[in-house]
Design a protein around this ligand. Structure first.
Ligand SMILES: Nc1ncnc2c1ncn2[C@@H]1O[C@H](COP(=O)(O)OP(=O)(O)OP(=O)(O)O)[C@@H](O)[C@H]1O
Length: 701
């Protein structure tokens, strides 16, 4: 049984963010039932002839610009109810389903897909609804979670012993699949949540390690639902297999900046090849003559290959396009709406997946026999290829033949390995909203993805070697990180010391450290150019912490715990007697706005004034303009069909990164005014360069 239907497309507009509010951006979006209207205005194209409003028709339009006005705000529940209508039933009828979020960085994809603890998004809501749905058959659910970054697939739920990069293959019955991707048997929402949290944490860890952001990768979260129906009378049984894909795509503007929208494809110069090809596939499928899948080149990128069934194939698909309401995002919003409108023309032919697994097993068994036979007579040149094919088929067969009990056992074993792996990196796998026992000693990685609800915690043991080398306990990489960067030790009494490697850049509360030093609760540790940690060791508090900017290096470590003053910029919430429960904002938001008088008095002459800082930031604005110009030149080169050399490709990516980071810093200045200046002043005073500030500005967001 099959059903033809168009990709269902919804658009959701988010509230103005701080930067847009601070800039007093005007709203260029309005919605009227299933119409989204985009207004062009003078700010968008100064000096140009004003275009009239552009209307786009979608299946659903969600107005979510002001959550303080609940009557006019499409919340998470409404989005779920509208998009979810019929979808849970479809899954249980045996259809594949795919929901993907598309839009520029910061437009609300992750908020809509994952949501927050208080406002869960589509993924948690669909998962609970799927698990709660009653079925006449025996239902089993498996989960996989992967990310695609720069055309490489990584399993977010299997770390140790696995190849970091996985390959995509295609089977004539099962369609495209990722070889060796771990499948986890789950029965409750709690099982799923644990895997989700662990997967998100791995995503953040990898991103932080690579000095990237998780928003540059695509995340594909898949539930495979199997229902077995036994017919008591005939003694036969039938199986329905369906896949539920939830896809959080990388920010779309990268594609357009690098010449997407079907205009230009340049292999080496593409910042995000996958999105470029996704745009191409959508455009192709939207054209009547191309609707047959055979005309569409899905295999040109990993993302489109894996989404083959979801786009123009065997799936019921929903696309959620997320947009900003602000005029200064006009270009990106326009391009998102054009894409979304195009996607609406894609026609899918979803088929009930009945006994798919049995059929696949039967063909695979046949294939294995055939390949073995061919191998017997193959010449050496051919045999290598045949062996590879045989291995692929045998692996897939093995996976399909696993019993449910074996799968459960594997999931348990895998969870243990994953836990050990994360712990070996010093990372807690506790769920978000972490409650830490008050005595625990750990480092909090301030470079964690600011948009994620999760934290990277590095639990300290007696000896903790930190650096880029393979023998280190906490492996970091990036500019300024030495093979053996430093060692942090903890005595049985809970005293914590940092022993730097003389030539490595290590700072404690802004001071360069070249000898062993004792660390105290809430000390801030900077390693290399990018890493910032804060120490949680409530048992060992520095007596006069905030004024300790010029702390002497201590060789005599014994210190009594004394009255504690909280660190001015990173306060952990909760009383001292409570467990430390901290929320991201509690330590990401600067709490104290004025620079402490005592910290200024010691060297007032040499401190730059706020005006000086603003002037320096103006300078950094100028360098952003210069960066933007460079970026534009490179993009133009791409557009004019010139191939970029390797150096230029790297420059393109780096420049884009710098622009983004610099913009974040400037938006903070305009959004938080003097408060942010005070913070930057404090950090500049402690010797951080403007460039380092720009690089680390993410943790102020
Ligand atoms: N509908 C909404 N209601 C309230 N806040 C929202 C909404 N959509 C997004 N936001 C807020 O906007 C910010 C950016 O959203 P989000 O991180 O989801 O963007 P994104 O498109 O996933 O970005 P990226 O591509 O960088 O991952 C977040 O702080 C989020 O909480």
């Amino acid at each position: 049984m099959s059903e033809r239907s168009n990709v269902r497309v919804a658009v959701r507009v988010r509230p103005m963010n701080q930067r847009e509010k601070a800039k007093q951006s005007s709203c260029v979006i309005s919605m009227n039932e299933n119409k989204t209207i985009l207004q062009s205005n003078a700010a968008v194209s100064p000096g140009k002839v004003q275009k009239g409003p552009t209307e786009f028709i979608f299946d659903h339009c969600f107005w979510s610009t002001d959550d303080s006005d609940p009557d006019n705000y499409a919340g998470q529940e409404e989005v779920f109810r509208t998009l979810g209508e019929g979808i849970i039933e479809n899954t249980y009828q045996g259809y594949n389903v795919c929901i993907f979020a598309y839009g520029q960085t910061g437009s609300g994809k992750t908020y809509s897909m994952m949501g927050t603890d208080d406002e869960p998004g589509l993924i948690p809501r669909f998962c609970s609804a799927l698990l709660n749905k009653e079925s006449k058959g025996t239902v089993t659910v498996e989960l996989s979670y992967m990310e695609i970054y720069n055309e490489k697939v990584r399993d977010l739920l299997k770390l140790k012993k696995s190849k970091t990069e996985l390959s995509v293959r295609e089977h004539n019955i099962l369609g495209p699949y990722v070889e060796g991707l771990s499948q986890h048997a789950v029965s409750t929402w709690e099982d799923i949540k644990l895997l989700l949290v662990a997967g998100n944490k791995c995503r953040t860890t990898a991103a932080t390690k690579m000095n990237e952001e998780s928003s540059r990768s695509h995340a594909i979260f898949t539930l495979t639902i199997t229902q077995i129906f036994h017919n008591q009378e005939s003694g036969t049984s039938k199986e329905l297999n369906s896949k539920f894909n939830l896809v959080d795509l990388a920010g779309s503007e990268r594609a357009s900046k690098s010449g997407a929208q079907g205009k230009r494809l340049v292999e080496s110069g593409n910042i995000n090849k996958s999105l470029t090809f996704l745009g191409r596939v959508i455009s192709s499928l939207a054209e009547e003559k191309n609707r047959r899948q055979s005309y569409v080149s899905y295999r040109e990128s990993v993302l489109t290959w894996l989404l083959k069934n979801s786009l123009g194939g065997n799936s019921k698909t929903v696309m959620l396009a997320t947009i900003s309401p602000a005029d200064d995002n006009y270009g990106e919003t326009h391009s998102t709406l054009v894409y979304a409108e195009r996607a609406r023309k894609i026609v899918n032919e979803a088929t009930v997946n009945e006994d798919t697994k049995f059929k696949a097993v039967a063909t695979l068994q046949e294939e294995v026999l055939k390949l073995k036979e061919q191998l017997k007579h193959a010449k050496s040149q051919q045999s290598q290829e045949l062996k590879l094919k045989l291995k692929e088929s045998e692996n897939l067969l093995k996976q399909l033949n696993l019993s449910w009990e074996e799968k459960l056992k594997k999931t348990e074993e895998n969870a243990k390995v994953m836990q050990e792996y994360l712990e070996s990196m010093g990372i807690s796998v506790e769920a978000s909203g972490i409650k830490c026992a008050k005595d625990q000693c750990f480092l909090i990685n301030l470079n964690s993805d600011p948009k994620s609800n999760d934290y990277l915690l590095y639990y300290l043991r007696d000896d903790n070697k930190i650096g880029a080398g393979s023998s280190q306990d906490f492996k970091l990489s990036g500019p300024g990180i030495e093979e053996e960067h430093c060692v942090i030790t903890m005595t049985p009494d809970g005293d914590v010391f940092l022993v730097p490697n003389g030539k490595a850049e290590t700072r404690v509360n802004g001071n360069l450290v070249q000898e062993k030093i004792q660390l105290y609760h809430e000390d801030k540790i900077n390693l290399g150019s990018n890493y910032s940690f804060i120490l949680n060791q409530p048992k060992k508090r520095q007596p006069n912490h905030p004024s300790e900017n010029k702390r002497e290096l201590e060789n005599n470590p014994k210190h009594e715990s004394g009255p504690h003053e909280q660190h001015p910029y990173y306060q952990l919430s909760g009383s001292q007697d409570d467990d430390n429960e901290f929320t991201k904002s509690s330590y990401l938001t600067p709490k104290k706005v004025e620079i402490p008088a005592e910290s200024r008095s010691h060297d007032a002459q040499s401190l730059p004034s706020i005006e000086t800082v603003l002037a320096m930031l103006q300078k950094s604005q100028d360098s952003i303009t210069e960066l933007q110009q460079n970026f534009q030149n490179l993009v133009e080169k791409l557009e004019s069909k010139e191939l970029l050399n390797q150096q230029e490709c790297a420059a393109l990516e780096n420049t884009e990164d710098m622009i983004m980071k610099s913009k974040t810093l400037l938006s903070l200045i305009s959004g938080k005014g003097k408060n942010a200046c005070a913070c930057f002043l404090e950090l500049l005073e402690k010797g951080m360069s403007i460039m380092n500030l720009i690089n680390s500005s993410r943790f102020y967001v």
